[in-house]
Design a protein around this ligand. Structure first.
Ligand code: AMP
Length: 283
């Protein structure tokens, strides 16, 4: 499988491949690919003639250089994983930082109507400006018909939809369901850092979300939130960062349900020094 290191080579190849009625899919990733990423690639392949998968650890979305340096990089393994899905319909774009940022590694500023400072943005100022910057740049280079993002990062998915609308980009953003380990834990490149015991215990996160979904139809929000806090307090392996039930448009936490609105429950928790996130649709 060919790997394109520069945007010039990638665009040249895309222009050669594409026919007037062809559709191009795009899956942006930071590499360290697992079945969650591959599920996006499979969805993209099912609905497009060719799929570009980018593998790029984006410096502007990290708050600390040590996190950026620690991020796993495994391009050779990622290529092998993608080859198991398709050998001839995937183009891998794995550039160096300069190809996307030139000499200025800096984010653009977006207005995401406050969504950027909730949940994942609360402890990571500027994170979503970094995400918006890189996804906008990648979409402008690849110019796909459809781009695929995981609901695992539901807040990111919403922010990207907003950015695409604000910037007037002509691409359909497709949200894809969360792929899970057999014990229910949402797949993540961080799961490899869990000890066998931590991995086993982490099943609790999805168990809690499933119970929250059951409780949502019959109990009030405050008592459900109390129940979640108690579950985490009773397990010394975990430290809860946040739990909230939010309206899926504003992501603001709610105290009461409003008919015809849609909601999702979100959890972020530490087990040891590994931070795990997950969410579930409540409607
Ligand atoms: P990342 O490499 O972590 O930036 O993720 C690249 C894309 O894969 C994002 O759109 C993520 O939401 C998506 N993704 C990550 N984990 C999963 C998963 N378990 N299920 C579905 N999509 C995922």
């Amino acid at each position: 499988m060919l790997v394109y290191k520069t945007k010039v080579d990638l665009v040249d190849r895309i222009n050669n491949l594409m026919q007037p009625d062809f559709s191009l899919g795009f899956v942006p990733t930071m590499g360290a690919l697992h079945q969650g990423h591959l599920s996006l690639v499979k969805s993209a392949l099912a609905n497009n003639n060719f799929v570009v998968v980018s593998v790029f650890v984006n410096p502007t979305q990290f708050n600390s250089s040590s996190d950026l340096n620690k991020y796993p990089r495994s391009l050779a393994k990622d290529i092998k994983a993608l080859e198991t899905v398709s050998k001839d319909s995937i183009l891998i774009y794995a550039p160096e930082v300069e190809d996307l940022y030139g000499s200025k590694i800096k984010s653009e500023s977006f207005n995401f109507m406050g969504i950027e400072s909730l949940m994942e943005g609360n402890s990571r100022p500027g994170h979503f400006n970094g995400v918006g910057t890189i996804v906008k740049r990648l979409l402008q280079i690849v110019n796909p018909n459809k781009a695929y993002f995981g609901e695992k990062d539901f807040q990111q998915l919403l922010i990207i939809k907003k950015m695409v609308e604000q910037e007037g980009l002509e691409v359909k953003i497709v949200g894809c369901p969360i792929e899970r380990e057999p014990n229910g834990l949402a797949m993540s490149s961080r799961n490899g850092r869990l000890s066998p015991k931590e991995f086993h215990e982490s099943a609790m996160i999805y168990e809690i979300l499933q119970t929250v979904k059951q409780k949502f139809s019959s109990e009030d929000i405050a008592s459900t939130c109390d129940w979640v806090l108690r579950r985490f307090n009773n397990n010394p392996l975990f430290e809860l960062d946040y739990f909230q039930i939010s309206d899926i448009e504003s992501l603001m936490p709610i105290k009461e349900k409003i008919p015809n609105k849609k909601y999702r429950a979100f959890i972020a928790a530490y087990i040891g020094d590994v931070r795990l996130i997950d969410n579930i649709d409540l409607n």
